[in-house]
Write a protein that binds this ligand. Sequence first.
Ligand code: SAH
Length: 217
Amino acid sequence: MADLAGKKRTLIGRLVQEKVLHSKPAITAFRKVPRERFLLPDYRPFAYADEPLPTLAGQTISQPTTTAIMTEALELKQGMKVLEIGAGSGYQAALISEIIGPKGKVFTIEILEELYEFAKRNLLDYKNVKVILGDGSKGYKKEAPFDRIIVTAATAKESKATDKLFGQLKENGILVIPVGDFLYQDMLVIKKANNEKLIKSLGQFVFVPLREKYDRV
Ligand code: SAH
């Protein structure tokens, strides 16, 4: 593992050079959070390859470039209240936790019990993160509204999840959500301004699907 530090520096250096990472708090968080600690032991040597990697139950941790793009799109500030759908390894939640600081709070929902336990274990040191077991496609009413919401699973175009989550955003809040079909999704950044959606797309990505037990369509 001795060369992980060098590989980490190279990867983050490249993300900064390509302006994928550009804000100081995000760059600091990427430097600080050890991605290897969010991986299964066999994959730790590849922690700083720019690749998605398997977690458990056929799920994946996103590629660092994708994680960086989503983190920057959230325009996070200290003290914010953030909801994540799809805790997975917990890595994205850890990055958000570092940026929003001790006065902020991250709620991250995971639908698969195995992954919920994995994320909870990986996030033990992150005191401002709460991992919740459940279906996040309806958001998390109990703690709404949120400053920011991030969905790290592919949301079907016809899903009601986008509107439900938009409804749980504060005014001037931001929702980052990949929307499309199972082949690829558009990374949408949806801002809430005067209760209206201001939508921009950051291009196409591939995520594992968002599971929705009920009311598809
Ligand atoms: N953010 C994660 C990557 C998530 S992969 C990380 O940093 O590692 C997508 C995750 O979303 C998977 O673990 C999957 O089980 C979970 N998921 C899928 N549908 C969900 C739902 N409806 N509610 C909560 N989690 C869901």
